[in-house]
Design a protein around this ligand. Sequence first.
Ligand SMILES: [Zn+2]
Length: 465
Amino acid sequence: MNRTLENIYNLSPAVFQNACVSLYGLKLYFREYGKKFHRLLDKFEKMQWYSYEDLKEYQDKKLIGLVKHCYENVPYYRKVMDKNSIKPSDIQTVDDLHKFPVLTRKDIKNNFSSLIAKNYRRSELTIGHTSGTTGSPLEFLYDRRICLVKNVTDWRQKRWAGINPGDKIAFFLGRVVVPITRKKPPFWRSNWIMNHKFFSSFHLSGENIDTYIEELERFKPAALEGYPSTVYIIARFLLSRNKTLPLKAAFTSSETLYPQQREAIEKAFECELFDFYGLAERVIFATECAAHEGHHLNMDFGITEVVDKDDQPVNRGELGRIIATGLHNFGMPLIRYKTGDITALKPDKCSCGRNFPLMEDVTTKAEDIITTYDGRLISSSILTHPFKPMHNIAESQIIQEDLKNIRIKIVRLPKYSEEDTRYLTSELGKRLGGDMEIHVEYVDSIPRTKAGKFRWVISKVPLEF
Ligand SMILES: [Zn+2]
């Protein structure tokens, strides 16, 4: 939405805003849920049961086509390929992909227009952007095919959870659907066409949360989708009132999902949680199935590599950085894009029978990892343990300033006492080591990122790998 339209939207009554959301839904419906969508969903439903060899063959074929297209139509890649003496015929399988240099965020910023394929009209492409949690927002363009493929991959996972297009879904995402200045409910807007209701993630407060719950009870969604931290707030609130709100499934994405969040969400909504990992860059999409043994790397979406600091592949089970190549966005192709996220590939196959490899459950942003004074790397999920018994904390955040200093921001509940601080610092100290100083700070609230995301751990110490 452009600024003027956004202003008009914000000043309009709720009924007009609902109509806007529904009209937008109608546009999306025709564009993204038409015949093409159903045809591709059928194809992707079949592909998920392909043998590993057949999936590799699909990737090889797609990659050959992509590289040929890049050489012929994308000025940036013509230059890169000439410079590195790569001919399209040099790329025959996924194993040849390493001949390409990695593509960084900086490369995209500096070469934006030469990354756009010449045989696409600008009007055929839509703009996407990252929230820039790492401090620098980034834009790119999508063609229609990738929008469709993303949608199909998303719905394929929803069907793993028993949710189908047309089912009622409540969303708690980063988009501002209700003006921030609004003080009274409704804090939600409806897309009548799709049966979706978008709840504002920015108005959740002790005062308002009851009205959210009432609306959810009235709407009776089959599923709920949102950032783990937001869905967790609602779950904790329900549980504190000894209430539940039964759903068929809950979906989370976009932030690290911590074990205690999963536990509370599954309990409060009496359903299984299906996490997924995708990037706005649309080069990777990893989805959890009903076996919950990790996140399936959808091989029909893109090619994923996990590498060390020299961009060499790490062994299965070892942590490394994710490099990904999207197979469908020919409008602005990204080959070997360095994501900045960290994961490990699981050695075992999923018991569900699908041959998509499994990625670790917790995929972490590099800046979510604490480096201790003695050089150990502590994943943020490990630090959740000391917080488990802390019932007097509404919210917290861990900030590593440097190798020696950790700041803990705490939003206290009324029963919080100094005893809690003592317990917390001692338990964290056991994990971080005695050389690190832990400073506790009491705050009224913890700011979200621009995209409304919550970051529990922020480390300012650069990672060594
Ligand atoms: Zn599975």
